[in-house]
Design a binder for this molecule. Structure first.
Ligand SMILES: Nc1ncnc2c1ncn2[C@@H]1O[C@H](COP(=O)(O)OP(=O)(O)OP(=O)(O)O)[C@@H](O)[C@H]1O
Ligand SMILES: [Mg+2]
Length: 254
């Protein structure tokens, strides 16, 4: 029996000039699941994510989040509704402390204001501070709370970004290549963290090239190639699918 659908993408098309970046995309993301979107370079994965979070408007189609069509809404409105994306580009504040970095999105979420307005009201928010500390400790960043974010290692910065996303209590977390550029040690650590988040029932979409990460975390996998979904299924179904192997010919091993 299928569970509650958190995100429903229906008949989405997107062209850039003459390029058909997305063609008739239909996708359902089930509550509590980790849904991976994989595919060769240029397949349309980031374009699809950008459509979901309101950075791009599709030519046709709808994106329903918890039953409500998000098309036409601004990215910050979609974020406020509970769809949170991390890892697109490093969006930490390097000159603020690690703690302040996590308090900014927590305050923005609570007050519904833009991030730098939240900065002004940071001083007297002990409840938000306590929660930020809790999230940081949970991700193993407790010892860095008062460090400058800019001085952290690359792997720690990515964990900080994750903390900044988690403190917003997302209803749907969208992870755009969470382990890109990471050494194996940090990748494994990130897999463990994401597994723990999964155990708490958080719904996630993960775009990832590293098949070890994909097969460690995904409940379901959709494969994009040239703007179309060519396969959709459980990890076992995807692993054995000849169409998928063909799409990856010369690319990553499944
Ligand atoms: N703003 C844009 N204007 C024009 N073309 C674009 C734009 N954004 C993406 N494209 C094109 O759309 C296609 C899909 O790009 P997209 O970035 O979604 O692929 P991807 O699957 O995320 O690839 P990668 O794995 O390399 O990140 C590519 O051919 C890309 O060049
Ligand atoms: Mg991309």
């Amino acid at each position: 029996m299928s569970g509650n659908i958190v995100l429903r993408i229906k008949n989405v098309d997107k062209t850039f000039g003459g390029l058909h970046a997305l063609g008739d995309i239909n996708l359902e993301i089930e509550e509590g699941k980790t849904h991976a979107i994989i595919g060769p370079n240029g397949a349309g994965k980031s374009t699809l994510l950008n459509v979901c979070i309101g950075r791009l408007e599709p030519d046709t189609g709808t994106v329903e989040f918890e039953g409500k069509n998000m098309i036409g809404m601004k990215p910050h409105e979609i974020n406020h509704a509970g769809m949170v994306r991390v890892f697109q580009t490093p969006e930490i504040f390097p000159d603020l402390s690690v703690l302040e970095n996590v308090m900014v999105p927590a305050l923005a979420k609570r007050d519904g204001v833009f991030k730098f307005n939240a900065l002004r009201s940071m001083a007297s928010n002990t409840d938000i501070e306590a929660e930020a500390v809790h999230v940081l400790k949970d991700l193993g960043l407790g010892e860095y709370i008062h460090h400058h974010a800019g001085s952290m290692s690359r792997g720690d910065k990515r964990r900080l970004e994750l903390a900044m996303g988690l403190v917003q209590h997302p209803r749907l977390l969208l992870l755009d290549e969470p382990t890109a550029g990471m050494a194996r040690h940090d990748t494994n650590r990130t897999i463990d963290l994401l597994k723990r988040i999964k155990e708490r029932g958080m719904t996630k979409i993960i775009i990832e090239h590293d098949m070890h990460v994909v097969f460690s975390l995904a409940d379901r996998i959709s494969v994009l190639a040239q703007g179309r979904i060519i396969a959709d299924g459980t990890p076992d179904e995807i692993r054995g699918n000849p169409k998928v192997q063909e799409a990856y010919l010369g690319g990553a091993e499944l």
